[in-house]
Design a protein around this ligand. Structure first.
Ligand code: IFM
Length: 473
């Protein structure tokens, strides 16, 4: 019989991912402090249907059951994030032991079940007290983050092998401080760029803190939601628009972390927004700490062109004030062909392959991990089942793309499906479902979807069938 499986390399890590505010609930339990997302979600009009993360999936109280669920799915790894305000309720000062103990129990429970813990230090739940002092646009927040990293490293560093400093700093900086769709909901483009710099600085300080506290063989990394930016045409103007977006979306992180500094075209393109005087001598050396892996979160590509004065019929918005694309006032975003996910995001796995190839080309020797990928679907429970064929096809397509990249020489070490379970999808509240496990938010009943069983079999086979089905969404 012909084996048509696309096999992944031996030791390839298969996991799922979640984030603290999206799943834990227990917002006021065991001394947890308030985060910017508590404040934001409790502010009328900020989140769909007024949803909050107060209860979420109640992961905090259902930890053992959820760990058993992961074991039944055959997961090799679980990517979770640590809630800073559980560990340091005001973002500074001594550890809240009860809060940190939750993560200690989680790590032990994972290891007992043979599941590797992958810890993210920051997935957007900044302690509100630090935002009150200025938040990420304020330099001191980076210092506080380094101190927090040391506390978590000291507590869990003997058992956690893989660490991620930040998750998607693009969202924290631009959605939080320029667009305002995310907490803390500010619309201050200059502050967003300062936030970006201080997130970079915080990353460097956190890497240093982790290296000083965690086991010597630990792998320390960061997770970026890099954007595969495509010009609408091969014309010089559209190519230039793509370059400009690439600078604020991608090279603002890759530059200082991995390429020796911020690119000049980022400074040039944002000169009307800020003079970047928040970058101090010595910052670059702090940010450029060597890392062991790079985490990539991928959902869809973006298409752009130079704005010529009249929105095109297929325009999907412009850069500049009021949105996340700081300094990109003369860039138009172009609606891409479907199919689309429930988020309205186009489904196109070739963007993943292209981004993996780019990272491999530009950073040879740096292993890569897909730390998030997945699809929001309009899932329904029918007779105790959720038939999410579109999600299966989506993941299948993206794994096939990842496999092509591996065949082309990319050193890809793992794949984390977003998400283990439906959860609080930020400004969309509970209205969007990304999980391979359905959550009934009234009863907290967990129902593994068809995709969960499919993924379990992928993990068992360490591969996917070669034939990739279409997504019909
Ligand atoms: O839910 C988010 C996650 O918190 C960060 N990456 C994208 C996911 C889907 O929007």
């Amino acid at each position: 019989m012909i084996d048509d499986t696309l096999h992944f390399p031996p030791g390839f890590q298969w996991g799922t991912a979640t984030a603290s505010y999206q799943v834990e609930g227990a917002a006021q339990t065991d001394g947890r402090g308030r985060s910017i997302w508590d404040t934001f979600s409790h502010t009328p009009g900020k989140v769909h249907d007024g949803d909050t993360g107060d209860v979420a999936c109640d992961h905090y109280h259902r930890l053992d059951d959820d760990l058993d669920l992961m074991a039944r799915l055959n997961l090799g790894a679980y990517r979770f994030s640590v809630a800073w305000p559980r560990v340091q309720p005001t973002g500074r000062g001594p550890v809240n032991v009860a809060g940190l103990d939750f993560y200690s129990r989680m790590v032990d429970g994972l290891l007992e079940r043979g599941i590797a813990p992958v810890a993210t230090l920051y997935h957007w739940d900044l302690p509100q007290a630090l935002e009150d002092d200025g938040g990420w646009p304020h330099r001191d927040t980076a210092r506080r983050f380094g101190e927090y990293a040391a506390l978590v490293g000291e507590a869990l560093g003997d058992r956690v092998h893989t660490w991620l400093t930040l998750n998607e700093p693009w969202c924290a900086a631009y959605l939080g401080y320029a667009d305002g769709e995310h907490a803390p909901g500010r619309q201050e483009p200059a502050a967003a760029l300062a936030a970006a710099h201080h997130l970079n600085l915080g990353h460097g300080l956190a890497v240093q803190a982790l290296r000083a506290t965690v086991r010597q063989d630990a792998q320390v990394a960061v997770t970026l939601n890099l954007h595969q930016v495509r010009p609408d045409t091969d014309g010089a103007d559209d190519l230039d628009a793509a370059r400009q977006v690439d600078a604020v979306a991608n090279r603002v992180w890759l530059g200082p972390m991995l390429e020796g500094g911020y690119p000049q075209d980022l400074f040039d393109g944002t000169v009307t927004v800020t003079d970047w005087s928040f970058v101090h001598d010595g910052d670059q050396a702090t940010i450029a700490q060597p890392i062991d892996l790079l985490g990539l979160n991928y959902y869809n590509p973006v298409r752009v062109r130079r704005f010529t004065g009249e929105p095109g019929p297929d325009a999907a918005g412009r850069g500049g004030p009021g949105g996340p694309w700081v300094g990109c006032d003369d860039v138009e975003f172009v609606r891409q062909p479907g199919p689309y996910t429930e988020m309205g995001w186009p489904i196109d796995a070739t963007g993943l392959e292209e981004m993996l190839l780019r990272l491999h080309r530009d950073h040879p020797g740096l292993p890569l991990v897909i730390t998030e990928n997945g699809m929001a679907c309009d899932d329904r429970v029918e007779a105790g089942q959720v038939h999410d064929d579109d999600r299966i096809a989506y993941v299948h397509q993206h794994l096939a793309a990842a496999h092509r990249a591996i065949e082309a020489g990319v050193d890809l070490r793992g794949y984390f499906l977003w998400s283990l379970m439906d959860n609080f999808e930020w400004a969309h509240g509970y209205g969007k479902r990304f999980g391979i496990t359905h959550i009934d938010y009234d009863t907290q009943r967990r129902t593994p979807k068809d995709s969960a069983r499919w993924y379990r079999d992928v993990i068992a086979a360490n591969g996917v069938p070669a034939a990739v089905g279409p997504v019909t969404a």
